[in-house]
Design a protein around this ligand. Structure first.
Ligand code: PLP
Length: 385
């Protein structure tokens, strides 16, 4: 009997989420309103450290708003890793600025911090580190460089709900903004959604205005404050990036499960680590100190380490065994737009280029059963032994 195909990722939506969405639908308030306010307050409390949380309809929107609020504009340069999803760099182009790509560190798959300073010019205004797969970047080192050169820091924390380093949650560091994703495949999901976290009240204010058309009060305030309901002021040509109460009701339930999800993901990662240890596979980097650091294990990123089979054939073989895998990520210097526009060369990014050649990600999500995971392990062993 052939088993059903095991997808690479699936959201973990329970009856709680379904009931909460139904309640919201029945409430008559479906766009940004009380549920969104509650989700923002809960998220800020979850991250801790007196941060403010500003919901948006995607991490891409959140990164765009944060960068805009930092005043990034035409001609500015922003340092980004090449090993990331295109959203990290595209938002720099939205503002007419130029991303400057940095290779990854093969020990972390995050930006190679030792190469950042050599990329800084008089035009550099910001750094966007990405906590790759949920492994936290060394934020103290990145913030130290930023202080030295007077740069802004916006963390692409799309993979990090939750991650921590040196006992500090990602979200609590003194960056200008930290941006989370609640896309369908991420550790917690609202279908589409994101959150900006910041301690900077001026930045928060600007993001709130720009996420809804440049209106000086959001829709919820507009209908509940003492000022006349019809009155609003446009202070800038803003965007339409607000999160709906339908999405936020999902988010509230998912956030309540985030720690449990992380524990399960960690168990699954440990089982993969143990079972695949003797195979010709470079396993994902782990946290430096398991006592003080937390890996969200959003992704389980491996590299083949054999001449017997190449990556593309390995992915086909896995798929023939009914298992979905993926690649995180195709480095941006290999993507036609970025490569051609910025004349990027593979040899300028040797680590990410080498990683990509052999990279594959195994399925790791809380909807997978123990038997599902054993099936993945068995398939990898059969192909590589
Ligand atoms: C998913 C992802 C994003 C974009 O998230 P959206 O919520 O889909 O906009 C940004 N950066 C990284 C690294 C991601 O993986």
């Amino acid at each position: 009997m052939t088993q059903a195909f095991l997808p690479f990722a699936l959201p973990d939506i329970g009856e709680e989420e379904i009931n909460e969405v139904v309640n919201t639908l029945r409430s008559g308030w479906v766009t940004t309103g009380p549920k969104t306010k509650e989700f923002e307050e809960s998220f800020a409390r979850y991250i801790g450290g007196n941060v403010e949380a500003i919901s948006v309809n995607s991490a891409t929107a959140g990164l765009h708003l944060a960068l805009e609020a930092c005043g990034i504009t035409h001609g500015d340069e922003v340092i980004v890793p090449t090993l990331t999803f295109t959203a990290t760099a595209e938002i720099v182009r939205y503002l007419g600025a130029d991303p400057v790509f940095v290779d990854c560190d093969l020990n972390t798959l995050c930006i190679d911090i030792s190469q950042i300073e050599s990329k800084i010019t008089t035009k550099t205004k910001a750094i966007i580190p990405v906590h790759m797969a949920g492994l936290p970047c060394d934020m103290e080192a990145i913030i130290a460089i930023a202080r030295k050169y007077n740069l802004r820091v916006i963390e692409d924390a799309a993979h990090t709900c939750p991650s921590k380093i040196n006992n500090i949650y990602i979200g609590q560091h003194d960056s200008d903004a930290i941006v989370y994703s609640f896309y369908a495949t991420k550790t917690i999901t609202t279908g589409e959604g994101g959150m900006i976290v910041t301690k900077n009240t001026e930045l928060a204010k600007r993001c709130k205005v720009m996420r809804l058309h440049g209106i000086s009060r959001d829709a919820f305030d507009r209908y509940t404050s003492t000022k006349p309901a019809w009155f609003y002021e446009i202070v800038a040509p803003g965007y339409k990036y607000n999160l709906s109460d339908i999405a936020s009701s999902l988010g509230l339930c998912q956030l309540a499960k985030a720690d449990r999800f992380q524990v399960r993901r960690q168990q699954m990662a440990e089982l993969y680590m143990k079972e695949l240890a003797d195979l010709p596979v470079i396993l994902p980097p782990q946290v430096v100190n398991a006592e003080t650091d937390l890996h969200s294990w959003h992704l389980f990123c491996c590299q083949l380490n054999t001449d017997k089979i190449n990556r593309d054939d390995f992915i086909v073989a896995m798929s023939q065994k009914g298992i979905g895998t993926s690649v995180h990520f195709i480095p941006l210097h290999f993507q036609p737009y970025w490569q051609e526009y910025y004349k990027l060369k593979a040899e300028d990014f040797p680590n990410a280029s080498k990683y990509y050649k052999n990279a594959f990600s195994l399925p790791l999500y809380t909807k997978m059963t123990h038997d599902d995971q054993l099936r993945v392990i068995k398939a990898v062993k059969e192909i590589l032994r």
